[in-house]
Design a protein around this ligand. Structure first.
Ligand code: PCA
Length: 337
């Protein structure tokens, strides 16, 4: 008797879920609003996040209110190192992260943090054109899809005192942001600690670090002038943020929603590259206006960093295999044309 009752409950449960699935199907066909939570690592005022706001506005507008993104900036929903997994497993449908942070999965993700390979927006664009298909393929293999990527301005060093050469970096507690930047610090003889962008002021305040590598943009956002007096404007590389979507979430969208998403992403990529180039200039001016001395590196520093850069290329090539060699020669060919 009891057994039968359970069975009846089970049956009605099944009927309810079938009905619920039907309702879901109907509501999606009727174009009910899709609201996506989106974790990002960087603060609200950062140009990347402003670009995501506009991306979200475009989505809402072009979809006639059918799609919305709820942005959770500054690691408020997931910490930066967790965002890829959250998107991959479908905990969230969409997220932003630094592409090169996926280097431990595949070195091709880190082609844009090789020092002195691409040192301007123009070169970074050429590198991205070559790198993109490799990234798309690798994300697809992991159940994700690339929407767009936008670079940070060129990377330089923030230091308390001026340096004459790279030897002066020996033993310096140096803030880095991923494995590749930590490796560079190590080769310079500095002592790397990985610190997220939003945690920079605290890391300096508590003395965990005394110098850092990042862009003018992040230096301004962290108010670098509160803790360092010198910026070496190296433009050593332009790392990219990427916005990726979970493939299953993408497939659940209607045809119209998918094309609106891809169109909004195209607009965001074009806009973001322009914003990045603008911020490259304005942020260095802002650092100077706040009393940070902006240095062009002397020839000894350039030469020493160049040698470290070549060593990093060799290490990268050794780990990146045939695809790495193909990427590098495609990029070098594009530069000869
Ligand atoms: N800002 C980010 C990544 C590179 C950059 O310019 C950071 O420093 O964490």
């Amino acid at each position: 008797m009891r057994h039968l009752k359970c069975r009846k409950n089970f049956l009605s449960g099944a009927v309810i879920s079938i009905l619920a699935a039907g309702v879901l199907l109907v509501s999606q066909q009727a174009g009910a609003a899709v609201v996506w939570d989106m974790p990002t690592p960087y603060p609200e005022a950062e140009f990347h996040t402003k670009n995501i706001r506009q991306f979200s506005d475009d989505l809402a507008r072009l979809s006639g209110g059918e799609m919305k993104i709820k942005i959770h900036s500054a690691q408020s929903l997931f910490k930066h190192p967790e965002i890829k997994r959250a998107v991959r497993t479908g905990q969230v449908p969409i997220g932003e992260m630094l592409m090169a942070n996926l280097q431990n999965e595949d070195p091709l993700f880190a082609a844009d943090v090789i020092p002195f390979l691409a040192t301007s927006h123009k070169h970074a664009r050429a590198l991205w054109k070559v790198q993109r298909p490799y990234i798309e393929a690798r994300l697809r293999k992991r159940g994700m899809r690339l929407l767009y990527a936008v670079p940070w301005p060129g990377q330089g060093f923030y230091l308390k005192s001026p340096i004459r050469n790279v030897g002066d970096m020996k033993g310096v507690r140096f803030r880095t942001y991923n494995a590749a930047t930590a490796r560079l610090a190590e080769l310079m003889g500095a002592v790397p600690t990985i610190v997220e962008a939003v945690e920079i002021p605290q890391a300096f305040a508590t003395g965990i670090v005394e110098a850092m590598v990042t862009s003018g943009a992040t230096g301004v956002r962290a108010k670098a002038w509160d803790f360092v007096g010198n910026f070496y404007d190296l433009n050593a590389w332009l790392p990219k943020n990427m916005v990726v979507v979970n493939e299953r979430a993408f497939r659940r969208l209607s045809d119209k929603q998918r094309s609106v998403l891809l169109e909004s992403a195209r607009l965001a990529e074009a806009r973001g590259w322009k914003m990045s180039a603008d911020v490259a200039g304005s942020s260095v001016r802002e650092l100077a206006a706040n009393g940070v001395e902006v240095h062009a590196p002397n020839s000894e520093i350039v030469q020493q960093l160049g040698a470290l850069g070549r060593r990093i290329v060799d290490e990268w090539l050794a780990s990146a295999g045939p695809d790495g060699r193909a990427l590098l020669s495609e990029y070098n060919d594009s530069q000869r044309k």
